[in-house]
Design a protein around this ligand. Structure first.
Ligand code: GDP
Ligand code: MG
Length: 688
């Protein structure tokens, strides 16, 4: 057989995030990658080349999406590309271990009318879990080839390419084999003929409307190639298609049928699941049992707060236990470096720079590594077990009162770890308005960098209740985020309706590998921050503290740092923070919030700031100048709420593509921080 093909056939890889698209893509294309952005958007485009049976193929890795609406950039890019003439065949990468969730995208892809081959990936996991998928019935019900593969183990790749190769010529793919039994449609006038043509058949109500819209489209827009898909999009009131192909059928499209269409797709998916997953009932039963408790109407929120409480316990108590050893190691290193340098004959200035500047600054941050590690370990555990997706579901009701979808809660929770990935996670939100709101409120969620400030100051000034003091800050940040969302919601006249579509994955024991990779990445990020930003900030701090207008000086009050600190201190005085060293540390903290701690160490010349001895020295120094527990609490609140760190601002700029918005966020946060801290300080002084 000689197939007639154009020079390079193009295969597009489509799939949900984490379905293994990139792994599969790399297995085929090897190292021949070309990475660029899709025109006009910041979504990455990766292309590769491969050869199969003397045919050259261009492979394109499309952005991972859960659906093909036009709400997010990723979805738009994927959809427009598939609709274009550039792609010849689609490989839909499906995570077989969460088939139900992945099939939603598959059904949408099939409606686009391009040749589709399903790569049923992660079959190794399916086998390990003892699940069985009916490989005869699944392609039959979908009407397209389904090839079981394991991208990681490189199994089934040849067969997959073979199927894609075959399918390229199937421009108008005939159904493979037929007959899914849509029982409810038995007496439907659509039942017979449509099932020969389409995988997804809707209820009579929708099918009637589709027919009417198609008639109209045929008359008005003869150039359209896929009438059925366009009719569906018009019924969903899809903005892009409605603008491009307006039809005047007010009686047919009397409202948006988006949720009907979604629900009917899910009905069909559960029909598929019932037929193709062999031992499903038992597994579902256990997930249902767990969900009956975890997502219970009354218990879900107390349980959620309890789980977060456990996360804090781990972060503080268990983390602190290991932190003690890090402190010993760092202070030993400081002493060893000092004596080593001394015997090598280094100048006192250099010794001071290394021990009081670099080791004190960077070391003060390194000692928090166990706390950071525990926090991310707990978050990874929650994510990989399947609980995190429930959080969005549980919180949907509350978030609805704030004009946000339950989905907005995930970036907020991730914000406890680090604001940067949290802001990036806001991409999953449907509307631009939601994304901007989440960018505004997520920085209030207390990130792990701020934790370093709480640990230090609450251990110094609330020795008996350190954890309680820190926990209260997390709650204040959380409350601020909700309050701001609520206020915006009050003044927002044109609310959009939210429809929560979160498919809840089965609960599973978290995989050690996934958790370790996740935690490993975060630890690496943290260490590289200590090695770069904090390293540099510590050196800069040391210099401005030890140099005045007339060169090196031992008298701190003559230093440049003191001058800067004194110039900005009036801004902080009304907040109970009228200490130039702290003012300077807070300004420096914009580079990264841990720098508040490392700078305080350098500024007060306390090299072992996290060890008990160092803390009592610093507490003594601060106490002597009238700094009380109230001042410490104000410092922590200010630190919680003021301008997010430079990395966060950079990612807000990137995601919003607006300097104006980024500037607004920064200004807004600092105003909120000032007002709240002012209030706390002045109310506090009334009682003390
Ligand atoms: P993408 O987001 O769709 O591009 O997914 P990736 O290719 O980045 O894969 C997500 C995760 O799934 C990675 O940790 C992969 O190593 C893993 N993965 C991909 N394919 C398989 C597979 O066939 N089996 C198993 N066990 N893991 C896989
Ligand atoms: Mg990928």
């Amino acid at each position: 057989m000689t197939a007639v093909m154009k020079q390079d056939a193009t295969i597009g890889f489509v799939g949900n995030p984490n379905s293994g698209k990139t792994t599969l893509f790399n297995a085929f294309s090897g190292a021949n990658l070309k990475v660029a952005n899709w025109p006009g958007v910041t979504v990455e485009k990766v292309e590769g080349m491969m050869k199969f049976k003397n045919q050259r193929y261009k492979l394109v890795d499309l952005p991972g999406t859960y659906s093909l609406t036009s709400y997010t950039m990723e979805e738009q890019v994927a959809r427009n590309y598939i609709l274009s003439d550039d792609v010849d065949v689609i490989i839909d990468v499906v995570d077989a271990s969460s088939l139900e969730r992945n099939l939603y995208l598959t059904l949408q892809l099939l409606e686009l009318g391009k040749p589709v081959v399903v790569a049923l990936n992660m079959m190794d996991i399916v086998e390990k879990r003892g699940l069985e998928i009916d490989m005869h019935r699944l392609p039959e019900m979908l009407g397209v080839p389904v090839i079981p593969v394991s991208a990681r183990k490189r199994k089934g790749l040849g067969v997959l390419m073979h199927a894609a190769h075959h399918h390229i010529n199937a421009k108008h793919p005939d159904k493979l084999i037929h007959g899914h039994d849509y029982t409810s449609a038995k007496d439907s006038k659509h039942a017979h003929e449509h099932h020969r043509d389409y995988t997804m058949v809707y209820s009579d109500k929708i099918e009637d409307k589709i027919d009417l819209i198609i008639d109209e489209l045929r008359k008005k827009y003869p150039e359209i190639r896929n009438y059925r898909w366009h009719a569906l999009k018009l019924l969903e009131r899809d903005q892009e298609i409605t603008a491009r192909y307006p039809v005047d059928l007010p009686a047919v499209i009397d409202r948006s049928y988006e949720s009907d269409i979604i629900n009917e797709k899910y009905d069909f998916i559960s029909e598929i699941m019932n037929e193709v997953i062999m031992n499903r009932a038992e597994r579902e039963a256990s997930t249902d049992k767990v969900d009956a408790v975890l997502t219970n109407k009354y218990w879900s929120i107390p349980i959620f707060l309890g789980i977060i409480g456990v996360v804090f316990f781990l972060t503080f108590f268990v983390g602190d236990f290991f932190k003690a050893y890090f402190e010993i190691a760092i202070s030993w290193l400081g002493k060893a470096a000092a004596s080593g340098l001394m015997s090598a004959g280094a100048s006192p200035g250099l010794i001071a720079l290394i021990t009081d500047g670099i080791i004190a600054g960077v070391g003060s941050i390194l000692t928090f590594l166990p706390n950071i590690f525990m926090l991310f370990l707990a978050l990874a555990f929650l994510e990989d077990s399947g609980y995190m997706s429930r959080v969005a579901y549980v919180m949907d009701g509350i978030m609805g009162h704030l004009g946000l979808s339950g989905r907005a809660f995930i970036p907020m929770i991730l914000g406890f770890g680090c604001t940067v990935p949290a802001i990036m996670a806001s991409r999953a939100l449907e509307t631009k308005k939601d994304r901007f709101r989440v960018m505004l409120i997520t920085p209030f969620m207390s990130c792990s960098a701020r934790l370093t400030v709480y640990i230090l100051f609450s251990e110094m000034f609330f020795p008996q209740h350190a954890m309680l003091a820190a926990y209260s800050l997390y709650l204040i940040g959380f409350a601020m985020a909700l309050l701001v969302a609520f206020i915006i919601h009050l003044f927002d006249k044109e609310e959009t309706e939210h429809q929560l579509l979160i498919e809840l994955p089965e609960y599973k024991a978290p995989s050690a590998r996934t958790v370790l990779i996740y935690v490993g990445e975060k630890v690496k990020d943290y260490l590289s921050k200590a090695g770069t930003i904090i390293f540099i900030a510590s050196i800069v701090m040391w210099f401005i503290m030890n140099f005045g207008l007339h060169g090196y000086t031992q008298d701190v009050s003559l230093s440049i740092g003191a001058q800067i600190g004194k110039a900005i201190v009036p801004f902080f005085r009304p907040l109970g923070l009228g200490y130039w060293q702290l003012a300077l540390a807070l300004i420096a903290g914009i580079s990264a919030k841990e720098v508040v701690v490392s700078s305080t160490a350098v500024l007060y010349g306390v090299s072992n700031i996290n060890a008990a001895a160092g803390m009592s020295t610093l507490a003594g120094l601060l106490g002597a100048s009238g700094f009380t527990a109230l001042n410490a609490y104000c410092l922590m609140i200010f630190c919680l709420l003021y301008v997010p760190c430079a990395a966060t601002l950079a990612v807000i700029k990137r995601e919003s593509e607006s300097w104006k918005w980024t500037g607004f966020v920064a200004l807004f946060q600092i105003s909120v921080a000032w007002v709240v801290t002012f209030a706390v300080y002045h109310i506090g002084t009334l009682f003390i």
